[in-house]
Design a protein around this ligand. Structure first.
Ligand code: SF4
Ligand code: SF4
Length: 475
């Protein structure tokens, strides 16, 4: 991403853009620089803490919400079975899922173009768990950022072993709990309960998955940390193409702040408001200096806004030197407002959501595929009847078993189900069956006749299927 500083502001280190050549967490030798981020304090941090409580509540509670015996959400990738808002989706719903994905991607593009990394800072599980859970535990066990740094530099004393040991045990236990909840989203709480309570030998794969997820979460939160956002997360890496100069970002007001200079009780007219106190850098969990402009590593956590506001208040300056703003807003001094562009994007997002909701609501609960049995031609039955054999495959997405019958629509003839008078498809399941369609010879006027077959549950017509009937034509 290009530097955000205009030529007019020479006091900003605009020539020195080497910070863009490598990650803030990597030193000259290419080694990882551990970030000892100061604990933030302030109104944004308080608001994010409250937001995170809702998030934790939702994350932990959702797998336990069942509707008509079905989880509200389930993402069973291994068996390609998904439940969204209590509605089950099979691979046959690929079209809706595909469209949903496209709508979701457009949503992300529009949302990011308008609101920047608001999601990363306030809702992303990686940030929320790291900053509001693991980092707080770290402050609690190892102390402030300065104390953590001192501890890291110490030899392996008893105190260090005790603190580090306690922290990593707690981290692993938390990761194990998170892994359990995460697995509940994939297999459901009932299956998870079985893994926990039944003999290990019966759930080797489940247990292995549980330990694997625990290990991954532990490694991410104990060691990998901000690298997940700056190196792995594709959303983070796409910021340079998703953001533009009108996007809302956490931005430093260089017009007001530069030239920066140390605080002095005697007002210096030639200096801007930035006290060059480096508090915004010390508090940043990704180790960047937001005064250098928009950077890929910024996860929009607002910690620098809070700390800078505190510094401004302490020195009786107006707050908001670092604030939510757009690059153009900083340049022109315009306050961030709900712009026409944002309104347009919100409208587009609304339309997308409505299209998706309509598709979900009009989706068939019982979906069938009807085909003539491969390799079979027509059969003559007696002197006046022709038959064709058909295979039907049905997916039942409802909460109850459905006994299906079939009738010919607007046509003489009958449907004869092989092996009974209906095809039973169990709830949340798939079923298959075969039936003959018998037509009077006189009604078969062409080699191929298009026919429509009604699919019924009792007297309720569920769907109408179109197929072809093969016959002969008397020359
Ligand atoms: S916290 Fe504010 S005043 Fe201090 S260096 Fe950062 S921008 Fe400047
Ligand atoms: S620059 Fe500010 S908002 Fe961005 S990650 Fe660092 S502290 Fe958070």
């Amino acid at each position: 991403m290009a530097s955000t500083y205009p030529d007019a502001n020479k006091s900003v280190k605009e020539e020195d853009v080497s910070f863009r050549d490598r990650l803030a967490t990597v030193d000259d030798a290419g080694k990882r620089k551990w970030i000892f981020a100061q604990k933030p304090k302030g109104k944004f941090y308080r608001a994010r803490t409250i937001c995170s409580w809702f998030f934790f509540l939702l994350f932990i509670g959702l797998p336990f919400v069942y509707v008509n015996g079905r989880p509200l959400f389930l993402f069973n990738f291994p068996s390609a079975r998904f439940i969204l808002f209590g509605k089950i989706f099979w691979p046959q719903d690929f079209f809706i899922l595909g469209l949903g994905m496209v709508a979701f991607i457009i949503f992300i593009i529009l949302f990011t173009a308008a609101f920047g990394r608001l999601f990363c800072g306030w809702v992303c599980p990686q940030t929320i768990f790291m900053e509001m859970f693991f980092r707080k535990i770290e402050y609690w066990i190892e102390g402030s950022a300065a104390e953590q740094k001192l501890l890291a530099g110490e030899g392996w004393t008893v105190k260090k072993i005790r603190k580090k040991g306690t922290k990593h045990i707690v981290f692993f236990l938390l990761s194990f709990i998170i892994a359990n909840i995460f697995l509940a989203y994939i297999i459901g709480v009932k299956e998870l309960y079985k893994i926990i309570t039944e003999p290990v030998s019966e759930h080797i794969v489940g247990l292995f998955s549980l330990m694997l997820f625990s290990g991954i979460f532990y490694a991410v939160y104990a060691y990998f940390r901000e690298q997940a956002c700056t190196v792995v997360c594709p959303y983070g890496r796409l910021q340079s193409v998703l953001l533009d100069k009108n996007s809302m970002i956490v931005a430093y007001d260089y017009k007001r702040g530069e030239p920066r200079g140390k605080y002095s009780k005697v007002a210096k007219v030639d200096l801007g408001d930035c006290l060059d106190c480096f508090q915004c850098v010390k508090v940043c969990p990704t180790g960047i200096d937001i005064r250098n402009g928009t950077q890929m590593e910024c996860v929009g956590c607002t910690a620098c806004i809070d700390v800078c506001d505190t510094m401004m208040e302490k020195t009786s300056r107006p707050t908001g030197l670092i604030r939510y703003a757009s690059e153009n807003g900083i340049e022109t001094g315009e306050k961030l407002h709900y712009s026409t562009r944002m309104k347009l994007y919100t409208l587009l997002l609304g339309i997308l959501v409505m299209i998706l909701a309509t598709m979900l609501m009009t989706r068939k609960d019982v979906d069938a595929t009807l085909m003539r049995t491969p390799g079979m031609l027509y059969q003559e039955r007696g002197k006046d009847t022709l038959t064709n054999l058909y295979d039907v495959k049905v997916v039942n997405k409802t909460y109850k078993d459905v006994p299906l019958t079939f009738r010919l629509e607007e046509m003489n003839g009958r449907v004869e189900i092989v092996g009974g008078n209906h095809i039973l498809v169990h709830k949340d399941g798939q079923g298959a069956g075969s039936f003959f369609i018998a037509l009077p010879k006189n009604d078969v006027k062409k080699r191929t006749t298009v026919i429509r077959v009604g699919m019924y549950n009792g007297d309720e017509k569920i769907d109408e299927l179109e197929t072809k009937f093969l016959g002969f034509v008397d020359e």
